[in-house]
Write a protein of this length. Sequence first.
Length: 744
Amino acid sequence: MLPRGVPYPELRIVLDRYGVPSISADSMEAAFFGAGYMHAYHRLVQIESVRRMGRGELAAFAGKEYLQSDKMFRKYALERVAGESLKLYTQEEYALIQANVDGINFCIENMESLPAAFQANGVPRPWTPEDSLICGLVMKRMLTTDADWTVNFENQKKLIKPALLDLIGGVFNESVVSQIKQEDLPDFAIAKSTLPQTAKLLPSENESFVRGSNCFVISGALTESGKPILASDPHLDAKFPSTMYELRYSVGDWKARGMTLAGLPVIVIGANEHCVWGNTALLGDMADAIRYKVRELKDGPGEYLTRDGWKTFEIEEVVYEILDSGGIKRETETIRRTEAGPVFFYEGKSVIVQSWVGLFPDKEGTAYIAVGKAKSVFDIQKAVTDVSTAINFVCADSSGNIAYFPSGKFPVRSYDGGKTADGETADLPWKRFVTAAELPGTFNPSCGYIVSANNQVYPDGFELSIYGLEKTDAERLLGGFRAFGHRALRIEELLQEMTANGRKISPSDAGRIQADTYSRLGKGFRDFAVETLASAQFEFGPPESGLSAAYYALQSWDGRCDLDSVGPCVVFLMLRKTIDRILKPRGWPTMSDRSWSKGFDFGRRLGDLWDDPKTGELETAADILYWALEESAAHLEKTIGTPENWLWGALNMLDHTSVTGNPANGKEGYSGTGGAQDSPWPGVSVLSESGLLIVQSAPAMRLIAVPGDLESGYFSVIPGGQSGDAASVHALDQLELFLAGTYK
């Protein structure tokens, strides 16, 4: 399928029935050229969008709704970071990135016509190696807890009633199950340091929640084949096309297949002939907010006060271009940067600066090349020490080993990273990081499996002793946000059920776990609501009426969020309406809207907070729940129709419109999807103006792999297809498989 003029005559690319390319070459350079070619061939609009996002130029391509994103990324100046990172690469490593870029440019140059999205923008400018690294930095930013959230949280905390603070703390800091078990902890942590100094590790306790993922691996002792089974499904923005692009390589005696990211040739989740690997976001504390006193901003660059005295801001005058119906509009901004990071907010005589690990150069791209060539889990352990993003790596090899390793660069701070730091006293920029080489993982755990679902890494009370640092609680060191553990606990429960009485697990069993829709949170809220309403002795009529139909759906729900389930329609609407009525008026922070499922027994922990603060009357839990039931029934009747139409698949929708807003393949652009926020099949949704729940974060793919078996031991599916072209046969040809919980 390659045009004439390819600089690698031995390069061959063959597409399978789903458009997945098999790239055969005699060299890694040729293979990465092929990957670049295919990314541009299938996903040109997507990779151009990611590149422009990272450079702060997306509004000129996709419209004014991306202006705020442009303003954030332009402040980072990621092209500088990418340039400095490339200086760390060897000549051979640089050649691989250049070959990938050459493949992208070759494809663009040989296209008969560009996608319609380029009609207003012309031919994309040639790609550079910096552009590829910028695409990786965009993903790093997506997986980073937001320093600006710290500021927002502090401001909103002043409005939050004291009784809510314990609930909020619980949402962000509790996990019911850890990835590494107590019995598998090492006797001591690795103690390596080049800085013989004593410093405090004070990362964030309350930072942002972001995207999550599931990944689990099962020992061969528990499987039918006697080989490990790995299952991985990263949960990213639910959009068309998927963030993930699948391909397979064959270069000499190296063969691998799996998922890549837009603009990058490396396999981030996948398999080779020896190993399988997957990952989830560790969600550690990788960014801080710093407040500096300032002076003389009106008369020039201005100065900011550090512990070493006043320093001059670096300034950059930038022009943002914004595409609208009348053409391109322009907006200017003066960006100020400090030695610790760029200025994000102005507060009169002070500014708020963001420090972020992503502003430090690294070799993360080459680390994934090494992962892709690993011959054992120990090779993967070594490779991930160069990954600065906080990630949970789960893996297995053909020798039967299973393992977990954390990655990331965790700043050593002289201040509490959970609060806005004082730039006048803080030791900045960061000078020391705790890295993956100093963090213990787990190897062949006694339980026979490892489950990673953004839950806490280490069990409660585990402390790390790292040379040159105070003995520190391990979870406190990692900082950031942890999921409460509903997904992880459910996956562990299913594994235990499946292996009861000596039964062995198959890849299809792993698939059933990935597609499980049971919601622990929803079932807990349902149980409390049914118990409370029953104790109040409310009377309900025949089940055909709206309110009674809602009550009977609530009463009979088994906790599953399948497409044909009725109960979740009622339960999750009731939960949302309850929060809006009794928690929002008490200052419940708006950034928690998408995290209310993360971790508390909602009903039983509210106590006196069930009273509506706006009415002047004393409401009970029963009063509020009855009202929420009425409101939910009315909502469903207005949005979906009569009770016989109340199905989760008619309310909870996956959006597969294209990046240009046109329905892919001419379809309506939405499909009903299963799962809930806390089920193994997840779906973080928002309530749209139409009354439907639109999923915002969902699996970007599902993969199951057995080490040493790249053919019959590999299963995958993408929620859509390989192509980002809405008219392509490969735009949505995997969607039905995905929604059915099956694989290619």
